[in-house]
Write a protein that binds this ligand. Structure first.
Ligand code: FEO
Length: 576
């Protein structure tokens, strides 16, 4: 029997937030936060039908909450939760995924109920420790681990890394057959229907969501589908949209069909690492981010949780390999490493990293073996000697991007050659100035030569810049980030242009040998620039292979009042 209760919060219809609670199975309640008018999610995609953030409560002899909600639902959600259960009686918070739309209220919940033990994957616990800045009790769980809540509610955790974050796991309640999946199988669709009675209303949003969040990791989706096969699933309690009960085979079948097609069509990189060892999760996350910037699919393989046939198949079909050094002492590793070496072939690139676990396999002998086999090193071995920092993350992200560019080099070259039509030549006649973008974020700096720059508003003064998705500086140009736009001077730009057009190694210092001083926002100003603007990113729009970045300029200065901006004349649109 499903009971529904809806509470209205806002009177302004433009931002309607409501809340729905419903019994979904014995001792199991859904708390759905309905965000009716949200029109954009992350930076990736526009929403047509709002979204929901779903949280769940299971009451056995012990009480567990599964995920929380977005911070915007703080008052509604916490009031409803306290009406359902005394927070002091919640034993566990199970966190399937740590993005803020699900974890946004964990800090508030822990303030109300500090006795809660947070149950999550190792990487999720690490993310939460960085997010919450407060101590909390936790229990790290791996795939296959169980937690008995009593009254038959034994939970099984199923690892699903890369769907769409490395922290992701699924939680299965054996007594009710409910699989709690957070983002996985979700969709951004907001209405009062608790379940998927009308699939035709949902399928377009279901597919858009898959394409944006899950499609880039199609091989990881297939691995997760395999892991859930043994479970008798009566319903899928997703973190977004309606719960899936009436057409489960159809929805999971769509994930399988799309993922199989995607996995066959795309070159991919296989990353082998020891998931529970050292800082490998964090490094793999950063490498994966860099690979995704080049639209390269990634397959993650835990060296301590795989088998020889699967490794052989992956290594022989991957376009690139990454190997995180496992602990020398781990049992059963030698045949796995031998299989990787035996199946690797000269058409592949290889990248290696240390995990910082303290007892890593020596990295250089393995690098040498791969080189002897004819594999190309996509990046120099990454040596982790201390706890990773933001600079380490950036280095790893750039290494991932370099590998992704290597994997896609043939495709990129073909695209370049095909751009010689009248249209491309006409587009090439659009001329702009020459600029160097410089940015600092924490310990990380970056720079790039830019020419697709225009003034985009007068009040406030704003500019728009197109930045290719695989640029290193792109990750420093998100909403709220600051940077400097340096204007190059006609007759005095060749040296700077040449310098910033160079290919830098991952984590390389872009400013070595270049005179700079700090702007008030901290980014470097080039001493030789004709003028500069200090800017803040206000908006990002996806423009196919570029991000169109709109920013407001706060401060500006011209060094030479009579100087002229360097102008860039091109012959075709595929060249800057
Ligand atoms: Fe719904 Fe990845 O957060």
């Amino acid at each position: 029997m499903v009971s529904l209760a809806t509470l209205e919060l806002a009177s302004a219809p433009a931002h309607r937030l409501t809340l729905q609670t419903a019994a979904i199975a014995p001792d199991s309640t859904a708390i759905r936060c309905l965000d009716w008018d949200r029109d954009r999610f992350d930076i990736e995609f526009e929403l047509q039908n709002g979204t929901t953030y779903n949280s769940f409560l299971i009451r056995g002899e012990k009480t567990a909450l599964i995920d929380t909600s977005h911070g915007k639902f703080k008052d509604l959600y916490l009031a409803e939760l306290q009406a359902l259960v005394n927070p002091a009686e919640i034993d566990y918070l199970i966190v399937n995924h740590t993005e803020p739309d699900h974890s946004g209220l964990i800090g508030n919940l822990l303030a109300l109920a500090p006795q809660i033990t947070v149950v999550a994957s190792k990487v999720a616990i690490q993310f939460l420790q960085n997010q919450l800045h407060r101590p909390f009790g936790f229990q790290m769980v791996k795939s296959g681990d169980r937690l008995d809540l009593g009254n038959g509610h034994e939970l099984t955790f199923i690892s699903a890394p890369n769907l769409h974050w490395p922290d992701t796991m699924l939680t299965y309640d054996g007594s009710t057959g409910v699989l709690y999946t957070c983002d996985v199988f979700g969709l951004h669709y907001c209405d009062d229907s608790l379940y998927d009675e009308m699939p035709t209303l949902l399928e377009a949003d279901f597919q858009l969501y898959y394409d944006c969040l899950m499609g880039p990791n199609a091989r990881s989706v297939l691995a997760a589908l395999k892991r859930i096969e043994p479970f008798a699933i009566g319903q899928i309690a997703t973190g977004h949209g309606p719960l899936l009960r009436h057409h489960i085979a159809d929805w999971t079948g769509r994930y399988r069909t799309w993922s199989e097609a995607q996995a066959q069509a795309e070159p991919f990189v296989a990353i082998f690492y020891a998931g529970e060892y050292g800082h490998s999760d964090r490094i793999v996350h950063a490498l994966g981010q860099g690979l995704l910037k080049t639209a390269t699919a990634v397959e993650l393989v835990d060296l301590l949780d795989t088998d020889i046939p699967a490794v052989r198949e992956l290594v022989s079909t991957a376009a690139g390999l990454v190997l995180g050094m496992p602990p020398q002492t781990a049992p059963g590793l030698e045949p796995i490493l031998s299989t990787i070496l035996a199946a690797a072939h000269p058409k592949q690139a290889i990248g290696l990293f240390e995990t910082g676990g303290g007892q890593d396999e020596p990295i250089f002998p393995l690098r040498n073996r791969f080189q002897e086999l004819g594999l190309e090193s996509a990046f120099e071995p990454i040596l982790i000697k201390a706890t990773p920092t933001e600079a380490t993350d950036k280095l790893c992200e750039e290494a991932g991007t370099d590998l992704g560019q290597w994997v896609n080099r043939d495709r990129t070259q073909k695209q370049g050659q095909s751009h010689n039509s009248g249209l491309d030549q006409a587009l090439g006649r659009l001329s702009t100035g020459l600029y160097i973008l410089t940015a600092r974020k924490g310990d990380v700096t970056s720079a790039m030569l830019a020419s697709w720059v225009i003034q985009a508003s007068t009040e406030p003064p704003g500019i728009a810049i197109a930045v290719a998705k695989d640029r290193a500086i792109e990750s420093l140009l998100h909403w709220g980030d600051t940077f400097v736009l340096n204007v190059l001077e006609e007759g005095n730009y060749q040296r700077l242009m040449k310098h910033f057009l160079k290919r830098f190694p991952p984590g390389g210092d872009r400013f070595e040998g270049v005179a700079t001083y700090a702007a008030t926002n901290g980014s470097p100003i080039l001493a030789e620039a004709l003028a500069y603007l200090e800017c803040t990113v206000n908006h990002r729009m996806e423009a196919a292979d570029h991000w169109m970045i709109y920013c407001t300029a706060k401060t500006g200065r011209v060094a030479k009042p009579n100087g002229l901006t360097a102008v860039h004349h091109r012959k075709a649109s595929n060249h800057y």
